[in-house]
Design a protein around this ligand. Structure first.
Ligand SMILES: *[C@@H]1O[C@H](CO)[C@@H](O)[C@H](O)[C@H]1NC(C)=O
Ligand SMILES: *[C@@H]1O[C@H](CO)[C@@H](O)[C@H](O)[C@H]1NC(C)=O
Ligand SMILES: *[C@@H]1O[C@H](CO)[C@@H](O)[C@H](O)[C@H]1NC(C)=O
Ligand SMILES: *[C@@H]1O[C@H](CO)[C@@H](O)[C@H](O)[C@H]1NC(C)=O
Ligand SMILES: *[C@@H]1O[C@H](CO)[C@@H](O)[C@H](O)[C@H]1NC(C)=O
Length: 378
C-alpha cells in the first residue's frame, strides 16, 4: 500500500512536470546572427538562385529537418539550439525575404550568415598575393549592411529601438575561420595564414563595434574551433611527422595554434571594445575549449565513432575527407550513426557536436564576460 502510494505520488509528479509548458532558459525576444557555414540556416543556398550544390542535397539535414535546408550539418546548428533555448523560431535566413516578396517576419530574429563567408573581402586577399577563389562575397561588411537595411522594419524611433534591442541577442560569429581556410586549402604557406590574424580580428572588432553603434547591447562573439581536429584540414595537412600531432588527441598542433592565436587576439580586441562601450554586455564564446572536451575524451561524451574522421564523404583518405568526393556527391558514404561522430563532412561538425557546444554556452560554462574573464550567463 505504502509503496503503491509512493508510486502514485511519484507518477503524478512526473506527469505534472511533463505537462508544464517548456519555459525558455534564455530570455531574449530576438536573435541576430552573423557568420559563415557554422551558422548559415539557408542564405547561401538561396543566393545560388536555384543551383543545388552538395550541401543542398541529402544527407544534409537528414537527422533533424528531413531535408537539406542549406545548413552544413546532418541536423541543427549551435544557433538553432540557442533559438530553441530562447523559445524562439529557428532564425530565418535574411535572403528569404527577397524570395518571398518581403513576407518573412524578422521581428524575432534574422540570420545573415553565409556559407563560405570571410571577414575580409576579395581584394584584401588579392593585394596580399593570395588569389583565392571565394565561394561567396557576402563578407561580414555585407552582412552588416543587410542588418542596416532590415533595421527600419524592426523599430523606428530611437527610444523604440533602444527598447527593442535591450531584449535582443547579437551573435557575431564564428567568422574569420574561412579567411584562413581558403589560403590553407589552396596550399598557401602556413605563415601566410598566420599573418592574416590581426587583420581578421580588426574586421571582427570593427563590425562588432558598428553593431553596438546601431543599437546592439548584448553580444556574443565566438572564437574559432580547434581547426587542427577538423577532418578536411587534417587530410590536407596529413603528414608522417608524429611531432606535428598532439599525442592526447591526434589533432594537428600547428593548425590548433593558429586557432589559439586568433582566439587570443579576439579576446584582446573585445577587451578594448569594452572600454569604448561600457554600457554593452560583450561575451566571448569559447568554442575551442568546448570542442576540445570531446576531442580529448570522445567516449566520455558519446563520440564512440572515429572522432577525427568525417561521418560523410569519400572513403579513400585517412579522414574520409579528401576533396575529390565531398559529402552529398556521388560516391560519398554516410556513417551509420552520425550521433557518434563529431566531424560531419570534413569542414563542419555533426548535430551531436553542435549540441554539445550549444549546451556549454547555455549553461554558461564556455561563455565569458570580457569585463573580468569570469563565466557569464547568456
Ligand atoms: C522528421 O521526420 C521525423 C519522422 O518522420 C519526424 O518525427 C520529425 O518531426 C521530422 N522533423 C521535422 C523538423 O519536420
Ligand atoms: C512575388 O510577387 C510577384 C509579383 O507581384 C509574383 O509574380 C510572385 O508570384 C510573388 N512570389 C511569391 C513567392 O509570393
Ligand atoms: C567576388 O568578387 C570578385 C571581385 O569582384 C569576383 O571576381 C568574384 O567572381 C566574386 N565571387 C563570387 C562568388 O561572386
Ligand atoms: C570600421 O572601419 C571603417 C573603415 O576603416 C571605418 O570607417 C569605421 O569608422 C569603422 N567603424 C567602427 C565602428 O569602428
Ligand atoms: C564579471 O562581470 C559580469 C558582467 O559585468 C558580472 O555580472 C559578474 O558578476 C562579474 N563576475 C565577477 C566574478 O566579478
Amino acid at each position: 500500500m505504502r509503496i503503491n502510494m509512493l508510486f502514485i505520488v511519484a507518477l503524478s509528479f512526473l506527469v505534472s512536470v511533463r505537462s508544464l509548458p517548456k519555459k525558455p532558459t534564455l530570455k531574449y525576444e530576438s536573435i541576430f546572427n552573423f557568420g559563415d557555414s557554422l551558422s548559415d540556416t539557408g542564405n547561401f543556398l538561396i543566393s545560388l538562385g536555384g543551383y543545388i550544390p552538395n550541401i543542398g542535397r541529402p544527407p544534409y539535414g537528414q537527422t533533424f529537418f528531413n531535408r537539406s535546408t542549406g545548413r552544413c550539418s546532418n541536423g541543427r546548428l549551435i544557433i538553432d539550439f540557442i533559438a530553441e533555448a530562447s523559445g524562439l523560431p529557428y532564425l530565418p535566413p535574411y535572403l528569404q525575404s527577397a524570395r518571398t516578396n518581403n513576407s518573412v517576419d524578422f521581428k524575432r530574429g534574422a540570420n545573415f550568415a553565409v556559407v563560405g563567408a570571410t571577414a575580409n573581402e576579395f581584394n584584401f586577399f588579392k593585394t596580399r598575393g593570395l588569389s583565392v577563389t571565394l565561394l561567396t562575397n557576402k563578407t561580414l561588411d555585407v552582412q552588416l549592411d543587410w542588418f542596416k537595411n532590415l533595421k527600419p522594419s524592426l523599430c523606428k524611433t530611437k527610444p523604440e529601438c533602444e527598447k527593442y534591442f535591450r531584449k535582443s541577442l547579437f551573435f557575431v560569429g564564428e567568422i574569420g575561420g574561412n579567411d584562413y581556410n581558403y589560403p590553407l586549402l589552396a596550399f598557401r604557406s602556413f605563415k601566410n595564414a598566420m599573418d592574416l590574424v590581426p587583420f581578421v580580428i580588426d574586421k571582427i572588432i570593427n563590425v562588432t563595434s558598428a553593431l553596438i553603434d546601431e543599437g546592439a547591447v548584448t553580444l556574443m562573439v565566438p572564437g574559432n574551433f580547434p581547426i587542427g581536429c577538423m577532418a578536411g584540414l587534417l587530410e590536407r595537412f596529413n603528414d608522417n611527422n608524429g611531432w606535428l600531432y598532439d599525442s592526447r588527441n591526434q589533432c594537428h598542433k600547428p593548425l590548433n595554434s593558429l586557432a589559439k592565436l586568433h582566439n587570443d587576439k579576439l579576446n584582446k580586441g573585445l577587451q578594448a571594445l569594452r572600454l569604448k562601450y561600457p554600457h554593452a554586455k560583450i561575451m566571448y564564446a569559447d568554442y575551442y575549449s568546448s570542442a576540445m572536451q570531446f576531442f580529448n575524451s570522445p567516449a566520455k561524451y558519446g563520440f564512440t565513432g572515429s572522432v577525427l574522421k568525417a561521418c560523410c564523404g569519400g572513403r579513400d583518405g585517412k579522414y574520409n575527407a579528401k576533396p575529390n568526393v565531398r559529402c552529398g556527391e556521388t560516391g560519398s558514404i554516410t556513417c551509420k550513426n552520425p550521433s557518434t561522430y563529431a566531424n560531419w563532412d570534413g569542414m563542419h561538425l555533426t548535430e551531436a557536436a553542435y549540441r554539445h557546444i550549444a549546451t556549454g554556452l547555455i549553461s554558461g560554462r564556455f561563455t565569458r564576460s570580457v569585463y573580468n574573464n569570469s563565466n557569464s550567463h547568456l
